[in-house]
Design a protein around this ligand. Structure first.
Ligand code: M6R
Length: 589
């Protein structure tokens, strides 16, 4: 939620670097954007409602600055207008912020009593003012940041400029991510790696409550006792191109086209005929899977596969529910957290809650070094690379690939047959990605309601297909267990209502076809997606999906749904990579 970036250095124009960085972070939020830059020892702020392009139109790029911070916002406190946009300033401080200061109202009251006035309704302006308030008493920036870090409740990654020290850029974080990258006579801060990839792939991660004092030559990181700490330099595996569109019209389309290699990289990291780099998971006799959104849908696939093939009971729950309910654990429970970003607030909170009960945790995470990955007992990284489109495609595919692997591992299936099937999956993915689904999309894009039905594992895929469609095309879509529809929802089916019906499990084919006939009889326009070669008059469109081992089937079946969602959104003229109201990484509850 929100992206921040900053630059201090002698080689480049800080304004260009920050704007480029913000553009790479725009997937984190696009309600407004702003920049603060230093010119002639003065801090100047420009901010604008809406996407970064609006901000760019207000900037004079001929101005040369060597210190700037920037922000792209997903609004939490206060409507997404110009006044509430970041950066915020008060007294000697100007800041950008990703996160939420939960106790901002009580701090605001204290500050008002001390004579401060506020322009916006944001928690960030309060945080900035509180910094100024503490600084006015101790006149020491490091001590101020250390003190506020103990007062602020909630989550934050701050980029900070103090008028009294324009030779340094400061940063402070708790829970929200923040990286610092070193260049030659220049340094960068950012919420995520894409913002720095065009300059370097080496970076350090700021840990909770650490403060960084950064000038063009060096970065000094302090812990809570204000002692200097030595930080490990990490290297990002992907290239700058991995964060660019590379000729594709949208990131989403590019990322779908990357799925064959994402599958290959993810499997190769953990299986080469034998299992490798997988922690010992054999001692657990029950599993909880906790995640949000698409990652939760991946967990549903995991449940189905692990229960059926490894015979271990699996309980799956969305993280925002799991963290507040009564759950049943025993000493042999493993909790699996699934997250692309590794920063999702509810998933992270669930992880922390479970750890307090001394339950073992495994995370399946894409972003290396993210909070969920670092705080879990075990981690299996998906190898999806940078995912920029807000709607996840390749990272979801990598998550269900990991669940196939875990199931193989738990059921000790490393047969020649499965190895051969695995080796063939990238080719099959290529084939299915290159099918043109526009005949289907053009038939359904004007409908207001679309239904997805399936049984068993296909129902889990329907959930993801339905979410993909609604999040980027704004068409109301609902996924239902095929047999459940007639218990209420079928009343919504009328002439030409699109129903996408999935059936990849032969043992459920007849039952599913009966359900399809029930909606067809009520006028539905049926899109039948199946591995079966059955023909009939119960569908309007048929997509033949190659039949593979059931462990791998979801990896193939999801692709047409992703592409149909993409085409439908495109036909509706939607902003595919940045759907309204959304942000990629949800670091608030
Ligand atoms: O980063 P995470 O995987 O933890 O994110 C969880 C959800 O917010 C995410 O999967 C969301 O549902 C997708 N953007 C949907 O495409």
């Amino acid at each position: 939620m929100c992206g921040i970036t900053g630059y201090i250095g002698k080689n480049k124009n800080a304004i260009n670097v920050v704007i480029n960085g913000l553009e790479s972070l725009e997937y984190r939020g696009y309600d407004s954007a702003g920049i603060a830059y230093v010119l002639n020892n003065k801090v100047n702020i420009i901010k604008e409602q809406g996407k970064i392009v609006n901000l760019k139109n207000k900037i004079d790029f001929n101005i040369q600055s060597n210190l700037a911070i920037g922000h792209t916002r997903w609004a939490t406190h206060g409507e997404p207008n110009q006044i509430n946009s970041h950066p915020h300033s008060q007294g000697k401080f100007t800041i950008v912020h990703n996160g939420i200061i939960e106790n901002y109202l009580e701090l605001k009251q204290e500050l008002i009593e001390n004579g401060y006035k506020f322009k916006s309704s944001t928690d960030t302006e309060v945080a900035c003012t509180y910094m100024d308030f503490i600084y006015s008493k101790n006149n020491n920036i490091l001590k101020t940041l250390n003190e506020v870090s103990k007062v602020f409740r909630g989550s934050y990654a701050f980029g900070i400029i103090c008028e009294d020290d324009l030779d340094n850029l400061y940063a402070l974080r708790k829970t929200s991510p923040l990286i610092i990258a070193n260049g030659n006579n220049e340094n960068y801060i950012a919420s995520d790696v894409p913002a720095i990839l065009r300059y370097t792939n080496k970076y350090i991660l700021l840990d909770d409550m650490e403060i960084a004092k950064i000038n063009s030559d060096k970065v000094v990181v302090y812990n809570q006792n204000l002692e200097i700490v030595k930080k490990e330099i990490l290297e990002f595996e992907g290239s700058f191109e991995s964060s660019m569109k590379c000729g594709y019209e949208h990131f989403m389309l590019k990322e779908i086209h990357e799925e064959p290699s994402v599958f290959k990289n993810t499997i190769n990291a953990y299986f080469d005929g034998d299992f490798k780099n997988i922690p010992d998971l054999t001692k657990y006799n029950n599993i909880h899977i906790v995640a949000c959104g698409s990652a939760y849908h991946a967990g549903l696939v995991g449940k189905y596969l692990i229960e059926k093939y490894a015979n271990i009971p699996v309980y799956v729950e969305v993280a925002s529910e799991y963290r507040y309910k009564h759950n049943f654990y025993d000493k042999d429970t493993l909790v699996i957290l699934v997250s692309q970003s590794g920063e999702t607030a509810d998933t992270l909170a669930s992880l922390r809650m479970v750890k307090e009960k001394n339950i073992d945790t495994l995370s399946i995470v894409n972003v290396v070094g993210s909070s969920i990955a670092r705080e879990s007992k075990y981690v299996i990284y998906t190898k999806a690379g940078c995912e920029i489109a807000v709607a996840t495609t390749k990272a979801y595919l990598a998550q269900i690939s990991v669940f196939a692997l875990i199931t193989m591992y738990l059921s000790n299936n490393k047969s020649k047959e499965i190895l051969e099937e695995i080796n063939n999956i990238p080719n099959l993915l290529e084939e299915i990605i290159n099918i043109d689904y526009k005949n289907i999309s053009s038939e359904i894009y004007q409908n207001q309601n679309i239904f997805f039905i399936g049984r068993g594992i296909d129902y889990s895929i329907c959930m993801e297909g339905s979410l993909k469609l609604k999040e980027i095309s704004y068409i109301n879509s609902v996924a239902y267990q095929a047999g459940e529809l007639k218990h209420g929802t079928i009343s919504l089916i009328e002439k030409n209502t699109p129903v996408v019906a999935l059936c990849t499990d032969d043992s459920l084919l007849e039952k599913t076809i009966s359900n399809i006939k029930e909606v067809k009889a009520r006028g539905a326009k049926v899109i039948f997606i199946t591995t079966s070669d059955i023909e009939g008059d119960f569908y309007d469109f048929k997509v033949n999906v190659p039949k593979v081992n059931e462990l791998l089937q979801p990896i193939i079946t999801i692709v047409p749904l992703q592409l149909i969602a993409y085409d439908v959104a495109k036909l509706n003229g939607c902003d595919i990579d940045k759907p309204r109201n959304l942000a990629k990484s949800v670091t608030v509850e």
